[in-house]
Design a protein around this ligand. Sequence first.
Ligand code: FES
Length: 365
Amino acid sequence: MTTAPPPMSLLAELTHRCPLQCPYCSNPLKLDVRAGELETAEWKRVLEEAAAMGVLQVHFSGGEPMARPDLPELVAHAVGLGLYTNLITSGVLINATSLKALADAGLDHVQLSFQDADAQQAERIGGMAGAQAKKLETARLIVEDGLPLTLNFVIHRQNAERVPAMLAMADQLGARRVEIAHTQYYGWGLLNRDALLPSRAQLEETERAVTAARAHFGTRIAIDFVTPDYYADQPKPCMGGWGQRFINISPTGKVLPCHAAESIPGLTFPTVREEGLAAIWQDSPLFTLYRGTDWMPDPCRSCAFKEDDWGGCRCQALALAGDAGATDPVCHRAPGHGLIEKAISERPAVPPAFRYRRYGNAQNG
Ligand code: FES
């Protein structure tokens, strides 16, 4: 058996708790409850194992990772191990004291999400009154503390027209990087697809806005643009290929190749409470299942791009084609590509109401 290179990044999903209710939430449909979350000592051991196996970066995420009071302790531990540390946050639970604790712990970078540039729309989309003012204050504190700031905007049909305002806002707040990321449609995003999927004209308008902003800002702000899968000809190399670059740890310690892997039925999910991280990465049936190209059906198997896109997204193949081992229907050569065309052609003229993501509601078990 060949040895897989170590993952570059570890996503530490510290908790699924979150005060926001975004209709495109990327967490699983069934959320982990607080009582089952890994303890501080368990997370520290995970970080030690990650550093020992060659992981370079740790992204502290959630849910909202600031819901964990031990976050500064975990950041300090990761920094002590030589890991690059990034906080992925909604910003609504941060104040000057908690941010200073993170900066003192050695945090390297903050990625702060906004739902829109318009406060009223942002709070409607995120389902939380007062969130925008909190986020703006958090952005100010981050820059004041000298931490590099990236803003993340998730784009869809109900905010696409305000991409220019989002980019101007990033400049005003002193961000060094902006992610203009179109929604991905699995999990909760798939449930809300009709309310979120933009038209092709809207997509093109966002592309033009980003091109103009790149010319305007030059090297002052880096702008990342993520195309919506449904309008791409080729699938994305989801997670950089299954079990090749990223490793996710769920709040309860399950070790996953991606945040949505638990949606795939019939799999066994290893846990850091029972096995070592390196052994799981190298040898577990879960991580070897779709790693590389041996698992691929045609047309992936004979495709010249199979080591560029790695067959696309397994979770999207399951959600749309009913088979995680199928070619991602996003690919124009996939047998299931008609499913994407159908979703676009049947997109309603008026978006339906959002189905909000609420921690603790019936779907969360
Ligand atoms: Fe699971 Fe893409 S989200 S492989």
